[in-house]
Write a protein of this length. Structure first.
Lengths: 361, 388
């Protein structure tokens, strides 16, 4: 397999409101940041791929305005997925693997602030049998969390205790870690015991169990082989990457498991050697526990030192940010082998896992 | 490093029509997918990954519908990608899928594009609200009509050329059982006297709104060896994009289209497309785009494209048949329209185009464009594998 690496990563400051900037204006500084980091202009990049969603923008073809911002002149080789930017990165990665490009620019962005995100996300659901009921994203996550708590009460429960305190511990740990992340939207947390005194938002989830709603953008640059070595002191090599889908109907899934994550991790080679860092796209605290179990992450693995999606969850970018954060940790020598995970759809329906490594310096 | 050759071994499409009220979105896409699998004599278990594409989600009112369609497309437990590059999306989707095979990430990939336009009103779905756009346009026709007028002024083409294209494509559609419009009693005079919608584009020179889906099975060399029918081999594929509007943009013959064609021809080793390509499926949603794209794609010199149309070169029995399937003018499930061009090109070189087969077609071009004439995707397919 051809060597391909993430050689630059940038992200915006994620915020609850960004009415004063358009999506393009939010994205532009991030694009310039990653291009400046590798010393390339947009027209020197071989392939560009982006991820965004018309339903957040509230208009058709919203990605065309971002393309104008990229400066696609002379014309560029370019594609777009209506998915989280992690999948745009996947598409770009395959172009580099095929030898069709040496470098790729990947970006994604989302502004959730103009609408009611919980309501908007109901439009993702089966349009005949589920969407007409308008079950919102937090309520569906609560169903999943309750299933997890109930499963842990059962006799065949595994050795780890999953209760509401364990959920609160994930929230506290993530947001305290985010104090070191200048881009995070929500930072700092009272201890778990204090969090449990809050009322439920949607039982069994409290506000701390849920991601912040916000606006943000992210970008990475990919490069192959010696080009990557030239552009980056310590490239984050993509050793493997895979993504898998699950059934859409929640009724046919075991919501306490994530077989798609486990399969993607297997295919990506995640279990071939222990990782020292994992960036998981777990918007809800309960989902981190599910993902940890599927990925076999033990105590020795630092999970979401960035704060993860509980500290900033810009739709369409939060998955790409996990890949970027994991790569950035390798770039600066803070990790040698990292797992990055992205998710899409209700209750972790679709999952992507990448294995990133740095050369021994 | 060499890429894996990519072969098209299965093609399926629905009978395109104004409204498929008898099926859900899932039912529509599954119909095309099952037909592609039957053509390849494969089962769902043979498919390693699924890549789907469609135009804006507002057309059906389902956000990121790949999540809901995963079950219908046999994608559970598999990788699934969703492409969206405006009107070119059907072509881009096929190219993304081909990339997975070329990179040897997967061996056999199902790719599918669809639109169920009857779920909404595409014209108003494409008419963006203030402040995104000034309220001057009504749908795609309003956007493209000025570009057609610019072409007519630039080339001095006679005003009747557009009607010739529309009449030809609608006649070709009578040979294609899957085409949406089957206008048996259409005459050239009826095209010429149909109501003016966006001057100079008349009603009969405009694409319909269709419900439909198109699917293809793409595979590697080993998969092609097992195929029951002759495969179409991909000899080149490319995408190019440029901004929507900017000072100096050539709206009549966008550079992104010219660059994209040049890239595909280079990959396919084509130096004289007019002589070397036997059939063209190009994205002509409004009649005048045939002569415009003939020039943009290098089949005619600048200002000369309309002469090919006028002299009958682009007729199904002409020297360079364009849209023997009836094209977008006869069938337009927007998201699928680009993939239909790619698939119809492949059908031609497989010799499986039925009544609209071009005799002796061995090399064909599939072409799609979208947005404000800014997104282009193309592929060249042939009846033999590419040279190593």
């Amino acid at each position: 397999m051809r060597e391909v690496a993430i050689v630059a990563f940038g992200q915006s400051d994620h915020r609850r409101e960004s009415a004063e900037v358009s999506e393009v204006e939010m994205l532009m500084p991030v694009l310039h940041e990653v291009l400046d980091a590798v010393g390339l202009r947009a027209d020197e990049i071989d392939f560009t791929c982006s991820g965004s969603c018309d339903y957040l923008a509230g208009r058709a073809f919203s990605f065309t305005m971002a393309l104008d911002g990229v400066g696609a002149w002379p014309p560029i080789s370019e594609s777009h997925v209506e998915m989280d930017g992690a999948w745009a990165l996947y598409e770009a990665w395959t172009r580099l693997l095929a030898g069709e490009a040496e470098t790729a620019l990947v970006y994604s962005y989302g502004k959730s602030s103009p609408g009611d995100l919980r309501e908007v996300l109901t439009r993702q659901l089966d349009p005949y049998y589920v969407a007409p009921l308008w079950p919102d994203s937090v309520s569906l996550a609560a169903l999943q969390a309750q299933a997890l708590l109930d499963a842990e009460d059962a006799e065949d429960a595994e050795d780890t205790v999953v209760d509401e305190r364990a959920l609160a511990a994930v929230a506290a740990r993530s947001r305290i870690a985010a104090e070191d992340n200048p881009h995070a939207q929500v930072t700092g947390s009272p201890p778990p015991e204090a969090l449990l005194e809050d009322p439920y938002l949607v039982r069994p989830l409290r506000r701390h169990d849920c991601p912040p709603v916000g606006d943000g953008a992210a970008a990475v640059v990919l490069a192959a082989g010696d080009t990557a070595r030239r552009l980056c002191r310590r490239p984050a090599w993509i050793r493997g990457m895979d993504h898998r889908m699950e059934a859409h109907s929640l009724g046919v899934r075991d919501l306490t498991r994530s077989p798609s994550t486990r399969l993607a991790a297997e295919r990506a080679g995640a279990f071939e050697a222990p990782a020292d860092l994992a960036e998981l796209h777990a918007p809800f605290t309960s989902q981190e526990l599910i993902l940890r179990r599927e990925l076999g992450l033990g105590e020795g693995v630092r999970v979401n030192p960035s704060g993860g999606a509980l500290a900033a969850n810009p739709m369409m970018a939060a998955g790409l940010i996990r890949l970027g954060e994991a790569a950035a940790a390798i770039h600066r020598g803070a990790a040698d082998r990292a797992l990055a995970h992205a998710t899409s759809g209700p209750c972790l329906q679709q999952n992507l896992v990448a294995v990133l490594e740095g050369d021994v310096l | 490093m060499t890429k894996e050759p990519v072969a098209v071994v299965g093609i399926g499409q629905t009978k395109h029509t104004a409204a498929r009220r008898d099926v859900s979105l899932a039912g529509l896409v599954r119909e095309a997918a099952v037909r592609a699998l039957e053509d390849a004599q494969l089962t769902w278990a043979d498919i390693d990954a699924v890549v789907i594409g469609k135009a804006p989600d507002f057309f059906e009112g389902v956000m990121m519908p790949e999540l809901y369609l995963a079950d219908a497309l046999g994608a559970v437990g598999k990788p699934m990608l969703r492409v969206h590059t405006a009107g070119s999306v059907g072509g881009s989707t096929a190219l993304v899928a081909s990339g997975l095979v070329a990179a040897r990430v997967h061996r056999t990939v199902l790719t599918l594009a669809f639109e169920k336009q009857s779920e909404s009103n595409a014209m108003w779905g494409l008419s963006l609200p203030i402040p995104f756009q000034q309220p001057l346009l009504a749908g795609a026709g309003g956007f493209f009509a000025p570009h057609v007028r610019a072409y007519m002024r630039r080339t001095g083409a006679p005003s009747g050329i557009g009607a010739l294209v529309a009449y030809k494509d609608r006649r070709n559609a009578l040979r294609n059982p899957y085409a949406h419009l089957h206008e048996h009693d259409l005459t050239l005079e009826k095209v010429r006297s149909s109501p003016m919608l966006w001057d100079p584009i008349r009603y009969s020179e405009t694409c319909p709104s269709s419900d439909g889906a198109c699917a293809m099975v793409l595979t590697d060399r080993a998969g092609a060896d097992r195929a029951p029918y002759p495969p179409a081999w991909m000899h080149g594929g490319a995408m190019r994009s440029e901004p929507t509007l900017f000072a100096g943009k050539d709206c009549v013959s966008p550079r992104a289209g010219r660059d994209c064609a040049a890239d595909v021809y280079r990959q396919a080793g084509i130096t004289d497309p007019r002589r070397e390509i036997d059939a063209v499926e190009m994205y002509v949603p409004f009649s005048w785009y045939e002569p415009m794209w003939l020039e943009n794609l290098g089949f005619a010199d600048e200002g000369e494209g309309w002469k090919l149309t006028e002299s009958g070169v682009t007729e199904i029995d002409g020297d360079l048949p364009v849209n023997p399937s009836g094209g977008v003018l006869s069938t337009n499930p927007i998201g699928a329209s680009g993939m239909l061009r790619f698939a119809e090109a492949a059908l031609q070189v497989r010799g499986r185009a039925g009544e609209h087969q071009v005799d002796g077609a061995r090399k064909a071009l599939g072409h799609a464009y979208g947005g404000g004439s800014q997104f282009f995707s193309m592929w060249v397919v042939a009846d033999t594998p590419p040279a190593d």
